[in-house]
Design a protein around this ligand. Structure first.
Ligand SMILES: [Zn+2]
Length: 289
């Protein structure tokens, strides 16, 4: 029987994605750096705050964020786990509506403002067409907290793969690898050194572009992008492109004996068959494996 693995476009097994919140003016400089190196990001925007001081006006969004993803961050940034259900729904749905008017595509991602969420928020978001929701906090912080409090714990504290590069198990509670102030360069070096093709690996970085200005750390993101760009085994993707790739794979219809596969989606699916055979299954096609 064929051994079939899910892969990223081109048969790659590593993906890098970034997520930046609030749509402040410093996004202009960040986008310029990302574009220079071909790194992809998702920008999470608040529609009610867009034309306020220090933020990118809506009229600039389409051109500035071209090639990246625009995702929801609620209309005006409440700590939504404290809000009534109807307000949570309004904050997410109306943000989607306003963002979509400008961007012209369905907005399907969300970053929870102030890191505030609970099961109710995730369920409402999901019902409103949100396909992933990024958390505040990251695996780096979780590992450090786990180590700090380990002596008080009764058993081991599990925070996923200790390197922080495992694929998310729940995209509606998507915990990233690191904030850019949490060992970014070292994480990048570790990620680049991963060579085991039997695994899928993800490095995910989040933050706010105004932090580079406030902390005087523009050199950090420039150095990171320069170091990690142009790698043959890394797919540079927005957040939603990763979720879409997962869904194309899960929609595939495999023959019971794995000898052929049908792809009912419009986008290509990418497989690695018997360890080294990279197969593209184009939308609507049936391919022998
Ligand atoms: Zn925010």
């Amino acid at each position: 029987m064929n051994k079939v693995y899910k892969a990223f476009p081109g048969g790659k097994h590593k993906v890098l994605t970034l997520s930046y919140d609030d749509g402040k003016e410093e996004d202009r400089r960040l986008v310029k750096i990302l574009n220079k190196y071909g790194i992809k990001a998702t920008f999470n925007l608040n529609s009610d705050l867009a034309d306020t001081k220090g933020r990118i006006p809506m009229s600039e969004w389409k051109e500035l964020y071209a090639g990246h993803e625009v995702a929801a961050h609620t209309c005006n940034h409440p700590t939504i786990a404290r809000c009534p259900g109807s307000e949570i729904a309004g904050q997410i749905l109306n943000d989607r509506i306003e963002l979509e008017k400008v961007m012209g595509y369905p907005v399907r991602g969300l970053a929870f403002p102030n890191g505030s969420y609970d099961d109710r928020c995730c369920n409402i978001a999901s019902d409103l067409g949100i396909e992933y929701a990024r958390l505040v906090g990251d695996k780096y912080a979780a590992v450090h907290a786990a180590k700090k409090y380990a002596k008080y714990a009764e058993g081991p504290i599990l925070v996923g793969d200790e390197n922080g590069f495992d694929m998310p198990s729940d995209y509606m509670r998507w915990l990233f690898t690191c904030h850019h102030n949490h060992n970014l360069i070292q994480f990048g070096k570790d990620f680049m050194s991963l060579k085991k093709c039997q695994y899928l690996y993800m490095m995910s970085v989040w933050g706010h572009s105004f932090e580079f200005e406030k902390d005087n750390t523009w050199y950090l993101i420039e150095e990171f992008c320069e170091m990690i760009s142009g790698q043959d085994d890394i797919w540079y993707a927005t957040n939603i492109e990763i979720v879409d790739n997962e869904k194309v794979f899960s929609n595939l219809k495999f023959a019971a004996d794995n000898s052929f596969v049908y792809n009912p989606s419009a986008a290509s699916a990418w497989l690695v068959v018997n360890d080294n055979n990279i197969v593209e299954v184009k939308g609507g096609e049936t391919v022998q494996l």
